[in-house]
Design a protein around this ligand. Structure first.
Ligand SMILES: [Zn+2]
Length: 301
């Protein structure tokens, strides 16, 4: 990635046209790890985006998809600042004004492949190979398309307390400042090894790019403890060092089902002998029962 490309990606991010995971997509493209990036952009920002792409990315091409996207529903989970999933459907550009447009951006052949695939009935497996996403994750995406929460899909196999490298933290971009090193897809499982390998390469590419200054705040943000319980997710930043900690104020979940009006709060967290427990209503709950909290400790580098 050269400095003009870095500035282009940063400009799109600072204008809040793209999210940080799209910045990582562009870093990966410019490090020749993938050949095309798919960006979903509100129609009223298309001119700004095409101007930035043609100004800063001299070696790359872009093309607009022939369809627009409109929202059909929002996912089952929300954060304090809104819904975290949107499900969209394609409509002919001539049929609506507004909505979102899709820009394919990358090498000549990458853009053409994406255009060709998305002009027909694209299946998830073919799409994943063009966008550089793991096939295991593409296959599991089908259950998310059928309405399952991606977080439930991603955490479905976790039992009790698990330790994972901080690089696997897919939840970091849902919580401010929304930094992370993953690409723009849902992993099949929080332990997906292919995702962890891709994220490792992404961080190496970022560290070698003019955007390397992001590495420190990313590391600070992705080292976190996640608690997943009753459809709610708590995001507690920082490596967990004490044996036990009682929170000054009980923690409300950061992500919660949009359908509920009340939820549990967590009063404390303890960690001993590789097992974490959470304090709820004055009782310590360990993670070994079927309806117990799932606790994921993201740490290390
Ligand atoms: Zn996977």
């Amino acid at each position: 990635m050269n400095s003009a490309e870095a500035l282009g990606a940063l400009t799109l991010f600072q204008k809040e046209i793209i999210e940080f995971k799209n910045v990582i997509e562009i870093v990966s493209l410019c490090a020749h790890q993938k050949s095309v990036v798919r960006l979903v952009i509100p129609e009223n920002k298309i001119n700004a985006v095409t101007h930035i792409l043609s100004t800063y990315f001299k070696e790359y091409y872009y093309s607009l998809a022939t369809y627009a996207l409109i929202n059909v529903s929002f996912g089952p989970a929300t954060t304090n600042y809104g819904s975290i999933d949107r499900f969209q459907k394609r409509v002919g550009v001539e049929k609506i004004s507004g909505g979102d447009r899709v820009i394919f951006f990358g090498t000549d052949s990458g853009v053409n492949q994406a255009l060709q695939m998305e002009s027909g009935e694209c299946n998830n497996l073919e799409a994943s190979s063009i966008y550089g996403y793991p096939s295991c994750c593409a296959l599991s995406y089908e259950s998310i398309e059928r309405g399952k929460s991606w977080m439930a899909a991603c955490l479905g196999n976790v039992i009790g307390t698990i330790h994972l490298p901080a690089l696997a933290n897919r939840f970091s971009t849902l919580i401010g400042p929304q930094l992370g090193v993953h690409l723009d897809y849902f992993p099949c499982s929080i332990e997906c090894q292919e995702t962890i390998s891709i994220n490792t390469i992404n961080r190496e590419c970022l560290a070698l790019s003019p955007l390397a200054d992001f590495i420190k705040p990313i590391n600070e943000h992705i080292n976190a403890t996640i608690i997943w319980w009753k459809g709610c997710l708590w995001y507690i930043k920082g490596a967990f060092t004490q044996d036990a900690q009682i929170f000054y104020r009980p923690l409300k979940p950061d992500i919660f089902p949009s359908s509920i009006s009340s939820y549990a709060t967590i009063e404390g967290l303890s960690y001993r002998e590789n097992n974490a427990e959470v304090l709820v209503n004055g009782k310590w709950l360990s993670g070994d029962g079927e309806n117990s909290p799932r606790i994921i400790l993201f740490g290390g580098h």
